[in-house]
Design a protein around this ligand. Structure first.
Ligand code: PXG
Length: 291
């Protein structure tokens, strides 16, 4: 595998960063996780826009233009001859001193890994996920805004640990007001009749690229799509609940805190949107090869 680091594509064994990199020392940096489907980088423009917004929010000066980064992403995928896969795009504050001061870091480091990912076993997409609400609250937006896709994922890791310790693979994270925010690495939707509801970003959700795509697809399919404050009641009593994310894609939720959701299996709306998403993934995004 070839990895992009310090402006070059190098064999993975040589792909290294300094122990003085503030990405490692302080979790100071931002990232994106992007899918490659059918020889196309899915929604690359949207991912790059979000990355640059995350960087701006933490006052991190990107060392290259969006277009240069787009080309580096494409080159990394091509070097690994990927037609389907997963790209981890990481930007760290770079090498600095043993002190917080980010302004003493000379230059941000850009890392591009193009490989593959499987989050859940295929059976779970057919059976649906069982999840629980965890005690770890999503970061308060006024402290570290969840809209920033930062390298500081301890908030999510702590939630994931609680989920795993409870014997499930995902969880619901609430915001400090006790409202539904998102899952540890996915957004959440509830279906009731012909209405789809997801929490607005100000409730503590990342503005997921998959979330945006699903909202667009559901709108086109004639559903009433709403961003509304949600409580656990809205999830417990929904016809269907599903999660969306680059890694998870679209996955049905069939049990929350030991309440069975809907019919106890991934529902028809979830399945319809999954199929529409598969179609979209075939054609949407930056083509990597001529054919
Ligand atoms: N919320 C959080 C906190 C996330 O980290 C999403 C929502 C969904 O956003 P997208 O844009 O992907 O639809 C994410 C993204 C992993 C992994 O390795 C997790 C994500 C993306 C890629 C890989 O578990 N989460």
């Amino acid at each position: 595998m070839k990895v992009y680091v310090s402006g070059k594509l190098v064999p993975e064994k040589q792909a290294k960063v300094s122990v003085f990199d503030h990405g490692l020392l302080y979790g100071d940096g931002v990232f994106e996780g992007i899918r490659i489907y059918n020889g196309r980088v899915f929604m690359l423009t949207e991912h790059l826009d979000r990355l640059y917004d995350s960087a701006k929010a933490i006052a991190l000066k990107m060392p290259m233009t969006k277009d240069e980064l787009r080309q580096a992403v494409v080159a990394t995928c091509r070097a690994n001859r990927l037609r389907n896969g997963y790209i981890r795009l990481v930007v760290t504050r770079g090498v600095g001193t043993l002190g917080l001061n980010p302004y003493l870091c000379k230059r941000a480091e850009v890392i591009i890994i193009a490989a593959s990912i499987q989050l859940y076993p295929p059976e779970l997409y057919e059976q649906g996920l069982k999840i629980v609400t965890v005690g770890t609250l999503r970061n308060a937006a006024e402290a570290l805004n969840p809209r920033i896709k930062s390298l500081n994922y301890l908030n999510n890791v702590l939630a994931k640990i609680e989920a795993l310790n409870a014997g499930v693979m995902e969880c619901i994270m609430l915001n400090p007001a006790g409202q539904v925010a998102e899952a540890s690495g996915d957004n959440i939707f509830a279906v009731r009749g012909r209405t789809l509801t997801t929490p607005p970003c100000w409730c503590g959700a990342l503005r997921g690229i998959t979330r945006d795509a699903v909202m667009e697809l559901a709108g086109q399919a004639g559903y009433d799509v709403r961003e509304e404050v949600m409580n656990r009641y809205d999830l417990y009593t929904a016809d269907e609940v599903f999660l969306t994310g680059t890694a998870a894609e679209i996955i049905g939720v069939v049990e929350i805190d030991r309440r069975v959701i809907g019919a106890g299996c991934p529902g028809p709306v979830t399945q319809e949107l999954e199929a529409a998403f598969r179609e979209l993934a075939k054609t949407r995004g930056e083509p990597l090869y001529r054919r």
